[in-house]
Design a protein around this ligand. Sequence first.
Ligand SMILES: [Zn+2]
Length: 467
Amino acid sequence: MNIQFLGAAKEVTGSKHLITTPKGKKILLDCGMYQGKGLETDSLNRELGFEPSEIDYLILTHPHIDHSGLIPYIVKQGFDGIIFSTPAARDLCAIMLQDSANIQELDTKTFNKKRARQGLEAVEPIYTVSDAQKAMSYFVSLPYGKSFYLDEETTIRFTDNGHILGSATVVLSIKKEDDKIVKIAFSGDVGRYTKRILREPQVFEQADYIIMESTYGDREHSNIDQSEQELLRAVIDTCCKKKGKLLIPSFAIGRAQEIIFALNKLWEQGLLPMIDVYVDSPLSLNATNIMKLHDECFNDEMKAFMKTDPDPFGFEKLHYIQSTSESKQLNSTKIPCIIISASGMMEAGRIKHHIANNIENNRTTILSVGYCSPTTLGAKILRGDKYVSIFGSRYKVNAEIRRIDAYSAHADKNELLRYLSCQDKTKIKKLILVHGEEETQNNLAQTLQENGYENVYIPEKGAILEI
Ligand SMILES: [Zn+2]
């Protein structure tokens, strides 16, 4: 039996790990995409490192594209197994994979226009919307906290890990030739110990091998309790004092709902000024609707809140924008307002138009609530560039730039230690770190060793661990 690490190995994207069981069954843990543009990323995605038709089961920890984004591609390439996820993860996948397919189709169209000008042949998108739709028929949903037999050799159990709606830690119990059971836990992305919407990461059963993410393994997030006050301050300073627009670039799923809920709470407490709030992202609206259907994932505080306010993602001044024409109307309004829109890294989506229209106005505030990878527009704005290029034009940055980093959905160093504290460390044969930059992983490995975790292993991409 072995595990091969095919992605998210010394990097934070393309999550894919392949277990081969003693009876030769192939179990793929996540099927994530490398995100980014260009031929290099494209070939990273197309070279899977395994034969899709040989995979028996795909276990999906959560629907973020760096964990799920290649599902339509493997289906297109001949995958004919079963995809297991929680019910909420399945529902979110239905909208996220379609959205990803749309992006693939549009990006390929633009890319092919460039190629045509150079006299080069057109290329095919890695997958299309119809591939994404077809992929959904391979899903089987399993609830949290219950064990299921996949076959005579393997059982599976999902435990809530609080990262996003429907996200899970998975524990596989696999029978070896000598009938001994080996337990392999895969953390997925670990969430936070906060009292926001979702439950905290839950205790999971003792494992022999733990594959754990390490994105923020050497960081400590800032205090979460102050984030609502910081948000309110940004609203008052921008919309009341400067009479400007507050732009909040946000991931459409998870982060957007947290911001909406925070504003809703401020509204209920009578603290939010009478300002219109626009959620200008069709994907956010769809995700919000799915979230409302899955209150089994909510924490006790959220359930108690909903007894007094049954719609935690809606209030009098909140408007969900659907059509592009409504979105464009927001450009002409001079009335102070809040616009929440995707993408969080300001690199694509409707937020890019709002930024182009408002960044030269010194009444505007751009409030970042998430991570922006180094080459994105968001990163350039956050590092304080005086001029930025958007849609090929140069803009002077006169807007005020603020950030709240406490909204991260990933556990930090101390939260990862807390996540592991349910385990008897002497029984862990190997603690395998994935989904992190190499330097972060080395720092986390040191912290773990100082805390008594002896067998920490950081695999290279392609490495095979015999069990
Ligand atoms: Zn994630």
